[in-house]
Design a protein around this ligand. Structure first.
Ligand code: NAD
Length: 340
C-alpha cells in the first residue's frame, strides 16, 4: 500500500486500544489525518486522548457507528480513504447482563461502516472507483471468537470459530460480515484477532486495573472461580504495531492473529501485581492477603492462546515488550492514575 496523504476514519479511539493507537499512528505517519468517531459510552474517555487533542491532523466526532446518516456524512465530508475499526462493546461480563447492545454495536455498527465504505469507494462488486483503489477496511477483532482451548494447542487463523459469550458471538458475527464483503464485493478488508491486551488507559472494569485499584484501596481483590483461567497477554503497544503492519502490508481478505506468547493464569497475574505493589507501595501486610475468590463468570472460557506465526513470518511482527517489563510500565501508569 502506498503511503500518501489521506484521511482515515478510526472508530472507538476514546477507548483503551484506540487511544494507545492514535498517538502512535499520528506520530509515525505525518501524511495521515485521523477522524475518530466515538460515541463516548461509559468505556470512552477523552482524557485518554489529551495528548493529541490539539493536533491539527486529528479530529474527534462524537457519534454512533450505527448512525447511517452520520457515517455517510463523515465519508463525504472528510473524503475517507481508509477505516480502522476499533469501536465495540468489549466487556464479556456486560455482555452476559446486557447482550442486546453488543449485537447492535458490534454487528449492526460494523455492517453500517462496511456498507458505507463499500458504496463510497466502489462502483460495483470488484470494481473500485479510480481514486479509491487503495482504500482498506481494517476490522479489529479478538481471539475470543475461537472459543476455548484445553490444556494444549493454540488458536491459528484456521481454527474454526466457536464463540461462547454474547460478546465473542457478536465479534465473530462482525468478522463474518467483513469476510463476506471481501468475498462478495471484492472489498479490500483485513481482520486482526488479538489476545488479551494490557497497558495504560484500560477501563477500570477490566482485570488488571481492577486488581491494582482494589489493592491500593485495601479492598478485596476479586478473582473468578479458581483463578486458573489462562489468557495470553499482549502489551497494548505491541498490538498497535501489529495493526499498523497489517493495515499497510497485510494481504486483502486475510485474517491475522496477534498474540504475545505470554500465557498466564489469572492467579499468576494477581500474584505478580501484588509482588510489585509490595515493593513499590508497601503496606504492613502483603497485598496478596486481599485476594478473594468469587463466583465464576457464567460460561467462563478456560484458556485462550494465540499462534502468531503467520504475522511473524509473513509480515515480520515481533512483540517488543515481555510481560515482566510491560506489567511494570502498566503498574506505574495506574499508580499515577490512582494518585499514588
Ligand atoms: P473499549 O471498551 O476500551 O473501547 C471501546 C470504545 O468504543 C469506547 O471508546 C466506546 O465509547 C466506543 N464505542 C462503543 N460503542 C460505540 C458506538 N456504538 N459507536 C461509536 N463508538 C462506540 O475497548 P478496547 O479494549 O479498546 O477494544 C477495542 C477493540 O479491540 C474492540 O473491537 C475489541 O473487541 C477489540 N479487542 C480488545 C481486546 C482487549 O484486550 N481489550 C483484545 C482483542 C480485541
Amino acid at each position: 500500500m502506498m503511503i500518501e496523504n489521506k484521511t482515515i476514519l478510526v472508530t472507538g479511539c476514546a477507548g483503551f486500544i484506540g487511544s494507545n493507537f492514535v498517538p502512535y499512528f499520528l506520530e509515525k505517519y505525518p501524511q495521515y489525518n485521523l477522524v475518530n468517531l466515538d460515541l463516548l459510552t461509559y468505556a470512552g474517555d477523552l482524557e485518554n486522548l489529551k495528548e493529541v487533542e490539539q493536533n491539527p491532523r486529528y479530529k474527534f466526532i462524537k457519534g454512533d457507528i450505527c448512525n447511517l446518516e452520520l457515517v455517510e456524512f463523515l465519508f463525504n465530508e472528510y473524503d475517507i480513504q481508509g477505516v480502522i475499526h476499533f469501536a465495540a462493546e468489549s466487556h464479556v461480563d456486560n455482555s452476559i447482563k446486557n447482550p442486546d447492545v453488543f449485537v447492535r454495536t458490534n454487528v449492526n455498527g460494523t455492517f453500517t461502516l462496511l456498507d458505507v465504505a463499500y458504496k463510497y469507494w466502489m462502483e460495483k462488486p470488484f470494481i473500485y472507483k479510480d481514486k479509491y483503489v487503495d482504500c482498506r477496511f481494517h476490522h479489529i477483532s479478538t481471539d475470543e471468537v475461537y472459543g476455548t482451548l484445553g490444556e494444549s494447542g493454540l488458536f491459528t487463523e484456521l481454527t474454526p470459530y466457536a464463540p461462547n459469550s454474547p460478546y465473542s458471538a457478536s465479534k465473530a458475527s462482525s468478522d463474518m460480515i467483513v469476510r463476506s464483503y471481501h468475498h462478495t464485493y471484492g472489498m479490500n478488508t483485513v481482520i486482526t484477532n488479538c489476545s488479551n491486551n494490557y497497558g495504560p488507559k484500560q477501563h477500570d472494569e477490566k482485570l488488571i486495573p481492577t486488581i491494582i485499584r482494589n489493592a491500593l484501596k485495601g479492598n478485596p481483590i476479586p478473582i473468578y472461580g479458581d483463578g486458573k483461567n489462562i489468557r495470553d497477554w499482549l502489551y497494548v503497544l505491541d498490538h498497535c504495531k501489529g495493526i499498523d503492519l497489517v493495515y499497510h502490508k497485510g494481504k486483502a481478505g486475510e485474517v491475522y492473529n496477534i498474540g504475545g506468547r505470554n500465557e498466564r493464569t489469572n492467579l499468576q497475574i494477581v500474584d505478580r501485581i501484588c509482588t510489585i505493589l509490595d515493593e513499590r507501595v508497601p503496606k504492613e501486610r502483603s497485598y496478596k492477603e486481599l485476594i478473594t475468590f468469587v463466583e465464576d463468570r457464567a460460561g467462563h472460557d478456560r484458556r485462550y492462546a494465540i499462534d502468531a506465526t503467520k504475522l511473524e513470518n509473513e509480515l515480520g511482527w515481533r512483540a517488543d515488550e515481555n510481560f515482566k517489563s510491560g506489567i511494570i510500565k502498566t503498574i506505574e501508569w495506574y499508580l499515577k492514575k490512582y494518585g499514588k
